[in-house]
Design a protein around this ligand. Structure first.
Ligand code: BES
Ligand code: MN
Ligand code: MN
Length: 456
């Protein structure tokens, strides 16, 4: 382990240069115009892994973007880990808000700026570099490693569950290891044991069959924007609880122990509000902002449109209004259940003057993983070796739906050892990844491999 750690120390600048090459490939999975770039990123990654000495590396086709699979088996008696990451990225829009080109990575103040720097190319690359550090010093990692890197995470991992079903033996491992979450704070080590799920829908209300003159007809024809706004406004009560019938039925609430732990975490509510740029936080009654953002279910309108939105004024009574609405789910809730409940709610409250169209866009399950497994203990010890402080066990509010599938399909728990920060602006302009965290991540993974490799 020590020689691998010093290899990373000596080659760190080179690692950063290689990561920049990887980040230059605009692997935007949602945009069909970038399908070739997504494939190029897969090829680049596979070639890179082959060059390190990974004994088996394949680009495996799916009905969508390909999966990069690598495997290095050192001994049938050693533990096996399945490392997961995603090499696809979010679109860089809005482009004019980037200080430098999203696909021309630049280091400023110790941070590497580029789309995908943190989510997730930079973080998956830590795993590749940790392995390299072993290959180049000790000959191989001290345990069996399988790597699965997908190109469709940002569009809902559409083809990955089926891939897991079809390759159960290939992917068999003792535990899955994922770096695609955030640290509790800068310099504050943490391991994530909970993720939220997602239910994403679109609704349209249609009133009159064409846009009407609001002077000629206004007063006797109901306006779909007004009606939709009322329905959306009523989705929360005065306690900021979601009013959809049965929404909380299956929620696994925080245990009293968890709430105690949450309350003891080094969370500065005021600094957080500042960072967000809000004037005040707003939570479901009875819960703290930290609980609200990571362990409670939410409903948010993500976009709303209809009528006239151009410059100037146009007196129109529109024919239609639409909204995109998503719910973050917590363990216990399922996307299908919540989507059905949302639909029932919207059908029930649609005024008789309106026609409702309800579309399920996508969803994913949340996850809770045991905090006391041998792999979690190894991860904790590994991070403690780097940070000289025992990592906190935390929950993250984002979603990585495949984590639930690792359990359901492969019977694997996942260790979520991520090194992002909430302030890394993932999915936003000027996404970044601190080079200190890139380094701490590689070191933590090297240590994890050594510790978990001995655990059998
Ligand atoms: N890496 C993120 C998820 C994440 C972000 C976890 C922050 C913890 C903290 C992932 O790439 C992502 O963006 N997931 C999407 C869901 C997906 C189904 C599109 C999300 O959370 O919106
Ligand atoms: Mn991600
Ligand atoms: Mn993402």
């Amino acid at each position: 382990m020590d020689t691998a750690l010093s290899y990373t120390e000596q080659h760190f600048d080179q690692f950063v240069d290689e990561l920049k090459d990887f980040l230059r490939i605009p692997s935007v999975s949602t945009d069909p115009n970038h399908a070739g770039d997504v494939r190029e990123a897969a090829g680049w990654l596979a070639d890179h892994m082959r060059a390190l000495g990974v004994s088996k590396v394949d680009i495996m086709e799916t009905a969508g973007h390909p999966i990069v699979y690598g495997e290095h088996i050192v001994s049938p008696d050693a533990p096996t880990i399945l490392v997961y990451g995603h090499y696809d990225v979010q679109p860089p829009d809005p482009l004019d808000l980037w200080k430098t080109d999203p696909f021309d990575p630049q280091v400023r103040d110790g941070n590497l700026y580029a789309r995908g720097a943190c989510d997730d190319k930079g973080q998956l690359f830590m795993h590749v570099k940790a392995a390299e550090s072993y290959f180049k010093t000790e000959g191989a990692p001290p345990l069996n490693v399988k790597w699965i890197f997908e190109g469709e995470e940002e569009i809902g991992s559409k083809h990955l569950p089926q891939f897991l079903e079809e390759h159960k033996d290939l992917l068999a491992a003792d535990v899955a290891l994922v770096s695609d979450t955030a640290l509790f704070g800068n310099g504050v080590p943490s391991i994530t044991y909970g993720l939220r799920g997602l239910a994403y829908v679109e609704v349209t209300l249609e009133g009159p069959s064409i846009d009407l003159h609001s002077g000629v007809y206004g007063g006797a024809v109901e306006n779909p924007i007004n009606a939709l706004a009322t329905m959306i406004g009523n989705l929360h009560d005065d306690q900021h609880r979601v009013t959809v019938e049965g929404f909380y039925d299956n929620v696994i609430d925080l245990t009293p122990e968890e709430r105690e732990t949450f309350a003891s975490l080094p969370f500065d509510g005021e600094a957080w509000v500042q960072e967000v740029g809000a004037s005040k936080s707003k939570t479901e009654a009875g819960y703290s902002p930290l609980e609200g953002t990571t362990a409670r279910p939410t409903l948010d309108c993500n976009g709303i449109w209809g009528g006239f939105t151009g410059a100037g004024a146009k007196t129109v009574l529109p024919s239609k209004a639409s909204a995109k609405i998503s719910c973050r789910l917590v363990p216990g809730q399922t996307p299908a259940e919540i989507t059905d409940k949302l639909e029932a709610h919207f059908r029930k409250h649609t005024p008789e003057t309106m026609k409702l169209t309800f579309t399920d866009l996508h969803g994913g399950h949340g996850a809770l993983v045991p905090t006391d497994s041998p792999a979690m203990k190894a991860a904790s010890e590994a991070m403690e070796g780097v940070y000289n402080e025992t990592p906190y066990m935390v929950r993250c509010g984002g979603s990585i739906p495949i984590v639930a599938d690792f359990k359901r399909i492969l019977d694997q728990d996942t260790v979520l050892m991520g090194f992002g920060l909430d302030s890394d602006a993932i999915h936003s302009p000027n996404e970044k990844f601190g080079l200190d965290r890139f380094r701490a991540g590689i070191d933590s993974i090297i240590r994890f491999m050594a510790i978990y490799g001995r655990s059998n």
